[in-house]
Ligand binder design. Structure first.
Ligand code: GTP
Ligand code: MG
Length: 195
């Protein structure tokens, strides 16, 4: 897949405000600050399409991006960030939960985790939920530029173990910094959007 044009379409704060669309949607999910927005920017080759920051919790709504009028990327709010009030956390959780459960346009989820660390409790919950839901998903272990080559195999094993993945699951390492793994993510998007 080649992405020619990607543009911001809409922010959604309440599930009811999700747009009526013909095109399929692919959601990008992951812990706050894991690198969701950076991955979207890398894939669309636009440095500032999705806002990135060092402050976790920046993306607090669903952000829709129109890709070549063919499909939509949906940047989900990051989960698991401690320093926000419980009420805000509950609102995010409800929005994500409703979206993933009910959105008919949704064809698959790119689930992003940090390649450097053991998956968090929230990562596990999220992946368990995806496995039970029957939704198609790809696990992307990002920030791989920050680990040494000989640590990769160990990290991959740990991730597979902790998330109960099998060899049939889709997995790739990724780096928004040097583009490693982009090909795999493009291939996955192509598979989702064509099927
Ligand atoms: P929220 O919107 O707050 O949930 O965060 P996010 O998941 O969208 O993360 P974001 O893309 O804003 O990235 C968070 C920080 O990680 C930023 O400082 C990025 O520059 C950095 N980062 C993201 N991806 C990578 C990567 O692949 N390698 C490195 N070295 N840094 C990365
Ligand atoms: Mg973000």
């Amino acid at each position: 897949m080649k992405i020619n044009k990607a543009e911001f379409y809409k922010s959604v704060y309440k599930y009811e405000d999700c747009p009526r669309l013909q095109q399929p949607e692919v959601a990008f999910s992951g812990r706050s600050n894991v690198g969701k927005s950076s991955l979207i920017n890398r894939m669309t080759k636009q440095k500032k399409l999705a806002r990135t920051s060092n402050t976790p919790g920046r993306t607090q709504c669903l952000n829709y991006f129109n890709v070549d009028d063919k499909f939509y990327l949906v940047d989900l709010p990051g989960y698991g960030f401690a320093n926000v009030p419980q009420k805000v956390k509950d609102d995010w959780a409800e929005l994500i939960d409703t979206y993933l459960n009910y959105r008919e346009n949704l064809v698959g989820v790119v689930q992003i985790i940090d390649s450097r660390h053991k998956p968090t409790k929230d990562d596990k919950l999220m992946v368990n939920w995806l496995q039970a839901s029957g939704l198609n998903f790809l696990i992307v272990a990002t920030k791989v530029d920050k680990i040494s080559n000989n640590k990769r195999a160990k990290q991959k094993k740990l991730i597979y173990q902790e998330l109960n993945l099998t060899k049939d699951d889709n997995f790739t390492f990724f780096s928004s910094q040097n583009g490693e793994g982009s090909k795999e993510v493009y291939k996955y998007l192509e598979f989702l959007v064509k099927s």
